[in-house]
Design a protein around this ligand. Structure first.
Ligand code: MTE
Length: 336
C-alpha cells in the first residue's frame, strides 16, 4: 500500500511509533544525562499553538534569489539513484531542525518565522576571497542540477531526495581557500526571536558542521537551494543547505550563513554535545553501531511498506566508489 501523508497527525503517529524505542528519544536522553536538558524541558514546553503552512511565495525574493516553493529550472544529473524518491510531503513534513523544536513536525509548523530574504553568506578564515556574499552571487542559479541522492539519518531512517543545487567544489573553488585551509566549517542562521528552539540548550548554538577540505572537494557534496524542482522550504534549510550523501544527515547544515576555512579541525554541533556518539566523520557505516543502536539497517520513510519498511544500510550509504579512497588506511571504528 502506498503511504499517503495527509496531516501532521500522520507524522505524529510515525513519531509515536518511533518514540518508545526510537533513536530520537535515545538522543534526547543522552543529552539529558549529559546535563544539556532540564527535566521535561523540551517535550513538556512545546508551544500549544501552531502556525499555518507556508503559503506559495512569489517566485523571487527582493534579494534576487528564489523564494521558498518557487519553481526552479535544473538539468538532470547522472548522479541519481534508481530508487523511487520519497513523497515530497514526507520530506517537507518529517524534519530535523532543532532550532524550531525537537519534534519532527515542529520545523514544518514554525520555520515560517525565519527570515530568508535578504540572505548573506559570510566567507572567512583561510581564504583569499573573504567577504559577505549575497546568495545570488554565491550560487549560480543558471547552473542548477538535480541529483537524486540517498539521505540517511543517524537515527536509522532514510529517504531518497531529488535535490537541486550546485556542486560544493565549484563554489569552494570560487572562494579561493588558501593552501593552509584543511577544513571547511558551515554555520546555520541564528535568531532567537524567530527560532524558539535556540532558547533551550539542546545544542550549542549556532549549529555548526564541518568537512575536511578534500571531502568538500569531492564530486558528490552539493550546496542545495531546492528539492523536488522547487526552492527549499524553510523547514528543510532554505535558502541554502549542504548535502553530503555518504554521511549521516546531521553533517548537513541547514540555512547556511557562514563558510569558514580553517587550518585545524573545527568544532561540530553534535560532536560537541556527545563526542562518544557523534564523530567528526560520521560516514554512514552499517558495521559501526551507534553506542546505543545498530546502524545495519534503516527505516524507509514513506516507503511502499508503510512505516515498517526496512532496508539494509549500505557502506557509505551506497557511495563507496566515489568516496572510499578519502578514508583509505583509516580505522573507521576510531574515526567514526
Ligand atoms: N541543521 C540545523 N541547523 N539544525 C538541525 O537540527 N538537523 C540535521 C541536519 N541539519 C539539523 C540540521 C539532521 S539530524 C538531519 S537528519 C538533517 O538536517 C535533516 O534534514 P531534513 O529535515 O531536510 O530531512
Amino acid at each position: 500500500m502506498e503511504l499517503k501523508f495527509r496531516r501532521n497527525a500522520d507524522y505524529q503517529s510515525l513519531r509515536d511509533e518511533m518514540t518508545p524505542e526510537g533513536t530520537f528519544m535515545n538522543r534526547r536522553s543522552v543529552l539529558t544525562a549529559a546535563g544539556f536538558l532540564g527535566a521535561g524541558s523540551i517535550l513538556g514546553a512545546l508551544p500549544a499553538c501552531s502556525e499555518p503552512q507556508q503559503t506559495p511565495a512569489a517566485p523571487k525574493t527582493a534579494a534576487g534569489h528564489a523564494a521558498p516553493g518557487a519553481a526552479l529550472t535544473a538539468k538532470k544529473s547522472a548522479f541519481a539513484v534508481s530508487d523511487t524518491s520519497t513523497v515530497e510531503e514526507a520530506f517537507n513534513g518529517y524534519c530535523n531542525f532543532y532550532e524550531f523544536g525537537t519534534s519532527k513536525d515542529d520545523p514544518p509548523r514554525y520555520a515560517s518565522r525565519m527570515t530568508t530574504s535578504p540572505w548573506q553568506v559570510t566567507v572567512e578564515g583561510e581564504t583569499d576571497a573573504p567577504g559577505a556574499y549575497a546568495l545570488k552571487d554565491l550560487i549560480d542559479y543558471s547552473k542548477l542540477e538535480e541529483r537524486v541522492y540517498r539521505h540517511r539519518c543517524v537515527e536509522a531512517w532514510s529517504m531518497v531526495i531529488p535535490w537541486v543545487g550546485v556542486p560544493m567544489k565549484d563554489v569552494i573553488a570560487k572562494l579561493k581557500p588558501k593552501a593552509t585551509a584543511k577544513f571547511v566549517q558551515f554555520e546555520t542562521y541564528l535568531n532567537a526571536k524567530e527560532m524558539f528552539g535556540v532558547n533551550r540548550p539542546v545544542l550549542q548554538w549556532p549549529y555548526v558542521e564541518a568537512l575536511r577540505l578534500d571531502e568538500a572537494m569531492n564530486e558528490l557534496p552539493l550546496f542545495a537551494v531546492g528539492a523536488y524542482g522547487k526552492a527549499l522550504q524553510k523547514q528543510n534549510g532554505a535558502p541554502l543547505r549542504t548535502v553530503i550523501p555518504w554521511k549521516y544527515g546531521f553533517k548537513a547544515t541547514k540555512s547556511v550563513v557562514k563558510i569558514r576555512f580553517t587550518a585545524t579541525q573545527p568544532g561540530t554541533a553534535w560532536n560537541k554535545a556527545a563526542a562518544s556518539e557523534y564523530g567528526f566523520y560520521s560516514n554512514v557505516n552499517p558495521n559501526v553501531s551507534h553506542p546505543r543502536w545498530s546502524q545495519a539497517s534503516e527505516r524507509v520513510i514513506g516507503g511502499k511498506g508503510g512505516f515498517n519498511e526496512r532496508r539494509n544500510t549500505d557502506m557509505y550509504n551506497g557511495y563507496e566508489k566515489q568516496v572510499g579512497a578519502l578514508y583509505a588506511g583509516m580505522d573507521l571504528k576510531k574515526n567514526y
